[in-house]
Design a protein around this ligand. Structure first.
Ligand SMILES: [Zn+2]
Length: 249
C-alpha cells in the first residue's frame, strides 16, 4: 500500500504545482472559459471600463440551462436591458465569457448607495429547465434531483471562476463586500431588489450559502498556494505575506 500512497501523493503534488504555474500564467483554475463576447449588445458598445473591486454572483431566475442560448438572445443590438460578464451553463459547467472582465456590465442595476455595476464583475449561473416560476422568485420543480445536480454544477464552476478572478484582480474573497450575491448587493444598497442566487439553493433544499461559497473560493486559492491581497484603508492594495486564507485579513 505504501507505494500506492506515495504515487497518489506525487500525483496530487505535481498537479497542484502545475495548477499553480497555470494560474500564475493567467490560465483559469479548473474551469473552461469560452470567449463569447456580446459585441452587438449596447452595453458592450458603450465601452466603459471599471476598476474591478468585487464579484457578484447571480442566477438567471428562469428555466434556461444553456449558456449558448443566453449568448444568442443577448447578442443583439436591440437588447439594451442587461448585460453580464458571463453565463455558466447548467449542463456542462462551461463559462461563456460575454464581456471583457474589466468592462462595465449592466447586471445589478443600482440601490441607494450606488451601483455594483461600477466595481463588480457579474456572472450568471443558468438554471434547470425543470423549474417553473410562479411569482417573483418562487418556483415549483418537476425534477428536484436533476435540478440540484445542475445547481451544484454551476456553483462549482462559479467557485473556480471566482478563485481565478480573485487572483487576476488581487481580491480577497473573505473581505467584506468583495464577493456578494445579487441579493446581498441589494442589502448593501448597490443593487436592485432580487433574491438570486440564494432563492434557488433554498427552494431546492440545498445546503449552499454565500458564506460557504466565499470559504470555498478561499480554499481553492489556498489549495494552489496563491498569495492573497488585502485592501488598505486608503484604497491601495498590498500583498499579504501570510498565505492562509481565513486566518488573517
Ligand atoms: Zn441577479
Amino acid at each position: 500500500m505504501a507505494w500506492q500512497m506515495a504515487c497518489l501523493l506525487a500525483v496530487i503534488l505535481l498537479s497542484g504545482c502545475q495548477g499553480m504555474r497555470d494560474v500564475k500564467r493567467g490560465k483559469p483554475l479548473d474551469v473552461v472559459i469560452k470567449p463569447s463576447i456580446l459585441e452587438k449588445n449596447p452595453c458592450y458598445k458603450a465601452g466603459r471600463k471599471i476598476e474591478v473591486k468585487g464579484l457578484m454572483l447571480h442566477s438567471v431566475g428562469c428555466p434556461a440551462p444553456s449558456g449558448e442560448r443566453w449568448v444568442k438572445s443577448w447578442n443583439r443590438e436591440d437588447y439594451g436591458r442587461a448585460c453580464v460578464h458571463g453565463f455558466i451553463d447548467a449542463h456542462t459547467g462551461v463559462v461563456y465569457q460575454t464581456l471583457p472582465w474589466d468592462h462595465r456590465g449592466w447586471h445589478c442595476a443600482s440601490g441607494p448607495k450606488g451601483s455594483g455595476n461600477n466595481a463588480h464583475i457579474g456572472v450568471e449561473m443558468c438554471e434547470s429547465q425543470f423549474l417553473k416560476y410562479t411569482h417573483g422568485a418562487t418556483f415549483t420543480c418537476s425534477n428536484e434531483e436533476a435540478s440540484r445536480e445542475m445547481a451544484l454544477r454551476t456553483y462549482r464552476s462559479a467557485v473556480n471562476l471566482f478563485a481565478y478572478l480573485c487572483h487576476q484582480y488581487h481580491l480577497n474573497p473573505l473581505e467584506e463586500g468583495v464577493i456578494v450575491s445579487h441579493a446581498e448587493g441589494n442589502k448593501r444598497g448597490i443593487a436592485s431588489a432580487h433574491a438570486d442566487p440564494e432563492h434557488l439553493w433554498r427552494q431546492l433544499k440545498m445546503p449552499l450559502t454565500m458564506d460557504g461559497f466565499r470559504k470555498e473560493v478561499a480554499a481553492k486559492l489556498r489549495l494552489y498556494n496563491l498569495p492573497f491581497w488585502k485592501r488598505l484603508d486608503d484604497g491601495r492594495k498590498a500583498r499579504h505575506v501570510i498565505r492562509h486564507y481565513g486566518t488573517r485579513g
